[in-house]
Design a protein around this ligand. Structure first.
Ligand code: GLU
Length: 317
């Protein structure tokens, strides 16, 4: 479906912390992938997670992208500025009976599970409030705040990917009916991504493979809302020496820190390009790497950023 639409990629950072080398690599790959085929690229700041948004991080991200030599087409979009469209998406789901009000708290969900799960594992919502209220208003009249959950169809879907192997996800079995609007009415991440990608005409979503499970949820929402599916391209994350993914709080790896130290951004681009299997110089601009760009040599394993390599990057003036 997306093959007939003009190629549009996107960068979608969340301003919840400083961007780091892992973001730089994914953003460069997204930029290369689209620019190498003459496509457009849009930028969206995903600032819906109010309490986690950190002051100054939008400006820092804009400066980081500029420093790296990445550009985008048209004005960048602040996700919260398009609240009307996001709420319309939520309302459409609710209006068509594809989303329902839920008054369960996190602990209710936990208590309803037969086997409590720990750590990062997401809780599967057992569907307690499915069919319980006629509307959001009726749920709120019960005196509790209500979120809205998407009625996830049963059964597996196969998500084909432009890089990662195809994966099969049974979203209903894995996470159940997931949230599309929070109790305070804020549209949730999955819904917002789907509505905004469609609004910005995005046809290629290249991002870290930590979001692969989300692709299946987004696929269901796209289908429910009659929106085209973009091509998904999930690339491996950058990990540290002990194999842990780089975190936004690891400030010494932040692009702002490297910028502040006077590091040559072309060294960061070179590191990203070489780690992606491109046969290019150690220092170059994103545009200079374009003629050599291909995803064909990108390793499927996470990219390890060792102390030695990091020290070399930090010293690259
Ligand atoms: N804003 C999300 C993040 O920074 C990425 C969303 C996406 O690429 O779909 O983690």
């Amino acid at each position: 479906m997306s093959a007939e639409r003009p190629l549009v990629g996107r960068l979608a950072p969340s301003p919840t912390g400083l961007l780091h080398l892992g973001h730089a690599r994914s953003f460069l790959l997204a930029w290369w992938s689209v620019r190498a085929r003459g496509g457009r690229l849009v930028l969206r700041m995903e600032d819906l997670d109010g309490p986690r948004v950190k002051p100054g991080t939008i400006d820092a991200a804009l400066r980081d992208l500029d420093w790296l030599g990445l550009d985008w087409d048209g004005p960048w979009l602040l996700q919260s500025s398009g609240m009307d469209q996001l709420r319309a998406g939520v309302a459409e789901l609710a209006g068509r009976g594809l989303a329902y009000a839920c008054v369960c708290s996190r602990s209710d969900v936990r208590a309803a599970l037969s086997a409590p799960q720990q750590g990062d594992v997401e809780l599967r919502y057992p569907g307690t409030c499915r069919g319980r209220f006629e509307s959001l208003e009726a749920a709120r009249a019960s005196g509790r705040d209500a979120s809205l959950r998407f009625r996830v169809p049963e059964g597996p879907v196969t998500i084909r990917d432009g890089f990662a192997p195809a994966t099969c996800h049974d979203v209903q079995a894995e996470v159940g009916d997931f949230m599309v609007a929070r109790r305070d009415g804020t549209p949730a991440y999955q819904l917002a991504v789907v509505v905004d990608d469609a609004r910005q005409g995005v046809t290629e979503v290249l991002r870290g493979d930590d979001l692969l499970p989300s692709a299946a949820r987004q696929w269901h929402l796209q289908r429910a809302l009659g929106l085209p599916h973009p091509t998904f391209v999930h690339v491996p994350l950058v990990v540290d020496e002990s194999g842990r993914r780089l975190a936004k709080r690891a400030d010494d790896l932040s692009l702002a820190e490297l910028r502040g130290r006077g590091v040559d951004p072309r060294a960061v681009v070179g590191w990203a390009a070489l780690s992606a299997g491109l046969a290019v110089a150690e220092r170059l601009t994103p545009r200079e790497a374009l003629p050599d760009f291909t995803l064909a040599h990108l390793p499927h394993a996470p990219v390890r950023l060792g102390a030695e390599e990091l020290a070399k990057l930090k010293a690259a003036r």
